[in-house]
Design a protein around this ligand. Sequence first.
Ligand code: ZN
Length: 439
Amino acid sequence: MQTAIIYTRVSTDEQAEKGYSLRDQQQRLEKHCEAKGYEIVKHFQDDHSAKTFNRPEFHNLLDFIKKNKGRVKKIVVAKWDRFSRNMEASLNMITFLLKLGITVEAMEQPLDESVPENLLMKAFYLAAPQVENARRSLNTTNGMRRALKEGRYVSTAPYGFKNTRDEQNRPIITPSGMAPVVKKAFEEIASGNFQIEVLRKSLLKEGLKISRSNFYTLLRNPIYCGLIRVKAYKDEPEEIVQGIHEPIISEALFYEVQNVLDGKKKAKTKYSLVNNEYPMRGHLICPRCGKTLTGSSALGNGGKYYYYHCTAGCKERHKSDVPLNAFEIWLKDISIKPELAALYLAVMEDVFKTNEGDRDAEIKKLHEKIETNKELLRSSALKLAKDDIDKFVYHTVRDKVNEENRAFEYKIAELKKLDSGFKEYCHYGISLLSNIGHY
Ligand SMILES: [Zn+2]
């Protein structure tokens, strides 16, 4: 009498499907074995949908086989896709089991192994579930991309949005209760008054529960101004399409924030961190004991007075405007005098022009090299036409010329990039150093 293990498995989404419940599978397999005269030594059952054999009960099955060497002759499953939905894994497992003297049998897809051509049939049975999986996920990908391109966001709603359905009962995203906080985040970043992380932490109190890196991702996502980024896929490049959902912010605001993040618009950092009453707090050191002075206010003489003072018993104490005035006087002292500023500027412009001239000369030289190369290529083509040189020589020359010229063009582009707003920076820098007290 043949001995068999029966193995049953369904994936979660199949459980409800008629005829495929685990109980049903088991009963039909038992009947099958009875009819074939197999003695069932054990039954294993997985409700795992793993595509490979990395399932808990299948591990137990293998353990059982190893512990009971020679006792089991067959593993019987309902269909090949119950065994595995991955062809390669299936074949490896079948080979492995065969070495232990065990064959796998699929009740509904029986194969007479003594007929060689049936191996083709078996390969088909094993491959089909994998093809089906691949097709299903491809359809999902394609379907989602099609929806995205039509402006319909169908994935899990990004922070500040929620997944709902429109009048036609099709999925769509709409602003959620957190939308006002998201909007505020964009507005504050655009104002330039906050460092991003400082802002994120302050918005935590208003319910913005989002990690540091997710906050960056959020600020970069055009979905908030009504646009959808469709990522590059295969040979389709990334594109941004108009979404059909209600935006949380305007496009203008979105791009303003991108400029701040790109560093094109300078954030007025720290501004928000400075306390207007004690602008020097944290920067003053007690001349008596070396601790950092702190600030506080006191009421007196019908008004509020602000002080910097030491702590823990030390009596050092100053009205807040005293060090501030002293600091301003010192800044005036190190500021550049107007007559000197003009001189500095003239010197720097002179140096800049010299460098600029060098750069121009270099660019000109590169253009000449490119022209020389092109001339070489033209004369080679003529020689080829007159049969003075053969095709191979011509192609060698052509490839070398093209390669060199590409490198030259690249260098020119790089040199032109250096032609930055030097003058503008100089003027700004000089102006800053001339009026540093005011700044
Ligand atoms: Zn002190």
